[in-house]
Ligand binder design. Structure first.
Ligand code: B1M
Length: 231
């Protein structure tokens, strides 16, 4: 998608729709500085942080995902796209997390063992923070012990798990089964998410809910916390 003229494009001179398209190209090409600049320009033009996130960044990464799947892009290139995406997300994070209110609940969230995908999980963490949750982000490649230690240390209301690979999603059940064995499963709300999961899988492994995306994760967390408080 890149061409020799990319360096010469003045992003600020582009109208919104062309700038967003250019950002999709820049994300594809892993151009972090350009993604940061584009994100800042859209914010200066009055775009909401969530709109920049959805239309410029997440949509760009969706396109990357298609060509990764089809063998047009490879791991090193996708890593650069991910790095560029994170540059934009870092600018949006404080805006999405802006809330003066008391935390409405505490969440620990991490990507499960064997899996290093973290963009979606970080997005979920950001959106939960923005909705007033205190979030402890455990990062990637978490064995069951990390969840258990974090549960003990932080006493969260919600345990969140992310998996992006069909080979790592079964590990979520290992974590839930271990919680059952230790007699602590019902003390916490367990939410799971990630592209290869679905509702049926969430039910089958004993999670409280599967969350399709970050917005659903926030809604679900709010609803289930409210239900617990009411009970
Ligand atoms: Co990977 N990868 N990857 N990858 N990668 C996928 C997932 C894949 C679908 C690509 C493809 O083939 N089309 C495919 C998985 C196939 C499968 O198992 N079915 C795949 C593969 C195969 C691999 C490797 C095995 C490739 C290889 O080495 N040959 C390897 C595995 C490494 C490992 O984990 N052990 C690998 C590596 C990588 C990179 C390191 C290069 C990079 C990750 C960089 C990073 O995250 N820091 C990468 C990327 C970027 C992708 C794609 C292109 C994009 C993922 C992403 O960030 N999406 C992805 C293709 C795709 O998903 N279309 C792909 C954007 C993000 C906003 O969406 O993560 O879905 P998502 O998160 C959403 C929801 O799912 C949900 O909310 C989020 C926000 O709305 N959600 C949750 C996610 N987690 C949640 C947790 C919750 C709630 C909701 O808790 C409560």
């Amino acid at each position: 998608m890149a061409d020799d003229y990319d360096d010469e494009i003045d992003l600020s001179s582009l109208p919104d729709d062309e700038l967003v398209e250019q950002m999709h190209d820049d994300l594809y090409d892993g151009l972090r500085d350009e993604i940061i600049e584009g994100t800042e320009i859209l914010l200066e033009r009055g775009w909401e942080a969530t709109k920049v996130l959805d239309e410029a960044l997440v949509e760009g990464m969706r396109i990357v995902g298609i060509d990764f799947r089809d063998g047009i892009l490879f791991v090193p290139e996708v890593l650069m796209s991910a790095n560029a995406m994170k540059g934009g997300m870092a600018i949006l994070r404080p805006l999405l997390a802006e809330t003066g209110a008391e935390p409405i609940g505490k969440v620990i969230i991490g990507t499960v063992k064997g899996d290093i995908h973290d963009i979606g999980k970080n997005l979920v963490a950001m959106m939960l923070e923005g909705a007033g949750f205190e979030v402890i982000n455990l990062g990637i490649d978490n064995p069951v012990e990390n969840y258990l230690n974090a549960i003990e240390e932080h006493q969260p209301d919600i345990v969140g798990m992310s998996a992006l690979l069909t080979t790592t999603m079964p590990y979520m059940k290992v974590v839930i089964d271990t919680m059952v064995e230790k007699g602590i499963r019902d003390d916490y709300i367990v939410l799971v998410g990630g592209a290869p999961l679905n509702e049926e899988f969430g039910k089958a492994i004993g999670a409280d809910a599967y969350c399709r995306d970050a917005a659903v994760a926030v809604e679900t967390a709010q609803t289930l916390i409210a239900e617990r408080h009411a009970a």
